[in-house]
Design a protein around this ligand. Structure first.
Ligand code: TYD
Ligand code: MG
Length: 452
C-alpha cells in the first residue's frame, strides 16, 4: 500500500512543517506540532451520504425515525437513549479495569443474536477474550473476534465481513501506516477514529470505541475524540466499591447526562433498576456532618449522602478538598456561609465527599453541602430521615431546582420524613408521609439545624 504523505501542523497557528520539530517555525510556539495525514484538497464538496448537497427548506425535510438496536442490557440502553443507532459512533471511556471490556462483551453477546458482531481486540489475545466470555457465561455467544491493531487491516476485515456492530477495544492501541507517530499518540488516535467513523457513516455500521482515560502526556486520552463521535459515555464510580456508573456526556441520539447504574458481580455487570438508595451510607443514628441530597441525574432522582469534615487546621493554610463535588463551588459556598450565615471556617480544614464515588454537578447539592459543613463544625447532626436540596445564591438566597416535587416524593418512598427545600419548590398540596420545610435564606436553613 502506498504510504500517504504526512505533515506536521501547529495547533496554535495552523502553520505546517514537513517534519516534526520542537518549535513551530511560523509562530515560535513550543511542542505544538502534531502529525496528520496530508489529504489532497477535495475536488467537490460532498455530504456524509455522498450525494451533492443542495439547499432545502427546513419545512420540507421529513425526519427519519431512528431505529434502535437494543443491547439487551437495560441500563446500557438507557444511557444510549434507547439503544444503538445504525451508523452511530460511540466512545466508551473510563479508567483501566473499571469494566469497559466486560460491558461491551456482554452487549456484543446480546447484539450477536440479530447482527453480525465483530469485537476487535488490540489489548488482549482472542484467548483472553474467550476466557472472559467463559467467566461471563457467554461461551457460545455469536460474536466474532479479531486480534488486530493495524487500521488498514481492520478496515479491510470490516469490508469483507460486513458486520452490523464493531467494537474497537481500545482505540489507543490502533495505528495507521499513514502516520509515523506511535500508537496512542494524539495524531494516531484521531486519525484512526476519524477513518473508522467515516466507514461507520458510509456503511451504516455501529462502531463503539473503548478509550482509556489517561494522565496528560504523550498518550492521548478519549477527550480528543469527543467531537468526532455521536455519543460519549464515561464510566465513573469508586473503584473500591462494586457499583459502576455509566454517564452519557454527549448524545446526538438521546438525552445527555443520563446515568446507567451497574453492580460488578462474579459474572459481569448487572444493571440496577432502582438505584435511588444506593449512595446512602447506612448509619443507625444520624451523625454530624452528613446531609442527604436528592439529585436528578438523567431521568431518575438519586439520593446521595454528602459528608463533610471540618477540623482545626494545624499549621499551614487551611485545606479545602471536594470529592465528587466541584471544589470551586465549595469555596464559594464557604464564603456565602460566612457572609450570610455568620459561620466562620477560616481556621479550619474542610473536606466534603459525595458517598459512593458518584459525581454531582448539580447546584441542588449547594444547600446540603452548606448544612453538612455547619453540622460538622457544630458537631450536631441534622434530624434523622431528613432530605435537603437547593441552590445557594451569592446573596444568601435559596433558589429553586428543577422537578422539586419528584425529588421529595422519591425520598418519601424511601422512608424520609422531612424535606428542607427552597420555598419556591414547596408543593401546593401536602405530601403524604413527609413534612416539607421551605427555606428562603441561608439563615433559615441554619435555624433548622440549630433547632434540630
Ligand atoms: P475490564 O472489563 O477488563 O476493565 P477495562 O476493560 O475497563 O479495563 O474489567 C476488569 C475488572 O472487572 C477486573 O478487575 C475484574 C472485574 N470483573 C469482575 O469482577 N467480574 C467479571 O465477571 C469480570 C469479567 C471482571
Ligand atoms: Mg479492557
Amino acid at each position: 500500500m502506498a504510504k500517504a504523505r504526512s505533515v506536521h501542523a501547529c495547533s496554535e497557528c495552523g502553520g505546517r512543517a514537513p517534519k516534526w520539530q520542537g518549535q513551530c517555525p511560523h509562530c515560535g510556539a513550543w511542542n505544538t506540532l502534531v502529525e496528520s495525514v496530508a489529504a489532497p484538497p477535495p475536488k467537490r464538496f460532498e455530504s456524509v451520504a455522498g450525494a451533492r448537497s443542495a439547499i432545502v427548506p427546513l419545512a420540507g425535510v421529513e425526519p427519519r425515525a431512528v431505529e434502535r438496536m437494543a443491547t439487551g442490557i437495560a441500563e446500557f440502553d438507557r444511557v444510549l437513549g434507547g439503544g444503538l443507532v445504525a451508523g452511530g459512533v460511540v466512545l466508551l471511556g473510563g479508567d483501566p479495569g473499571i469494566g469497559k471490556s466486560t460491558l461491551l462483551l456482554q452487549a456484543c453477546a446480546a447484539l450477536g443474536a440479530t447482527q453480525r458482531t465483530l469485537y476487535v481486540t488490540g489489548e488482549e489475545s482472542v484467548e483472553q477474550v474467550a476466557l472472559r466470555a467463559r467467566r461471563l457465561g457467554l461461551v457460545g455467544a455469536p460474536v466474532e473476534l479479531l486480534a488486530e491493531v493495524q487500521l488498514e487491516a481492520i478496515v479491510a476485515a470490516i469490508g469483507s465481513a460486513e458486520p452490523g456492530v464493531v467494537v474497537v477495544d481500545s482505540i489507543q492501541t490502533l495505528y495507521t501506516e499513514a502516520l509515523a507517530s506511535a500508537p496512542g499518540s494524539v495524531s494516531q488516535v484521531r486519525e484512526c477514529a476519524a477513518q473508522l467513523t467515516r466507514l461507520a457513516k458510509q456503511r451504516g455500521t455501529v462502531v463503539i470505541f473503548v478509550g482509556h482515560v489517561t494522565k496528560e502526556g504523550a498518550i492521548a486520552g478519549p477527550r480528543v475524540l469527543e467531537h468526532i463521535v455521536d455519543t460519549v459515555l464515561y464510566f465513573e464510580g469508586d473503584p473500591h466499591s462494586s457499583f459502576r456508573l455509566v454517564r452519557a456526556i454527549k448524545n446526538r441520539f438521546g438525552a445527555a447526562n443520563e446515568l446507567g447504574v451497574f453492580g460488578m458481580t462474579e459474572r459481569g455487570l448487572r444493571g440496577i433498576a432502582n438505584p435511588s438508595a444506593l449512595f446512602l451510607s447506612q448509619h443507625a443514628d444520624p451523625v454530624p456532618g452528613a446531609a442527604i441530597v436528592a439529585t436528578l441525574e438523567g431521568s431518575r432522582p438519586l439520593l446521595v449522602e454528602i459528608q463533610a469534615l471540618v477540623d482545626p487546621a494545624l499549621g499551614g493554610p487551611p485545606r479545602r478538598l471536594a470529592v465528587g463535588l466541584d471544589p470551586q463551588r465549595l469555596a464559594l459556598l464557604l464564603a456565602v456561609l460566612h457572609r450570610h450565615g455568620g459561620v466562620e471556617v477560616g481556621g479550619f480544614d474542610v473536606f466534603v465527599n459525595a458517598v459512593g464515588g458518584v459525581r454531582i454537578g448539580e447546584p441542588a447539592a449547594d444547600l446540603p453541602v452548606l448544612l453538612a459543613v455547619s453540622s460538622s463544625l457544630r458537631n450536631k447532626p441534622l434530624p434523622a430521615k431528613s432530605l435537603v436540596f437547593g441552590e445557594v445564591g451569592l446573596a444568601g438566597e435559596i433558589r429553586p431546582v428543577q422537578r422539586g416535587q419528584e425529588r421529595i416524593r422519591e425520598a418519601a418512598k424511601l422512608g424520609f420524613r422531612r424535606a428542607l427545600v427552597p420555598a419556591a419548590n414547596r408543593p401546593k398540596h401536602p405530601l403524604e408521609g413527609i413534612e416539607v420545610v421551605p427555606v428562603e435564606r441561608v439563615a433559615d436553613a441554619l435555624d433548622f439545624l440549630r433547632r434540630a
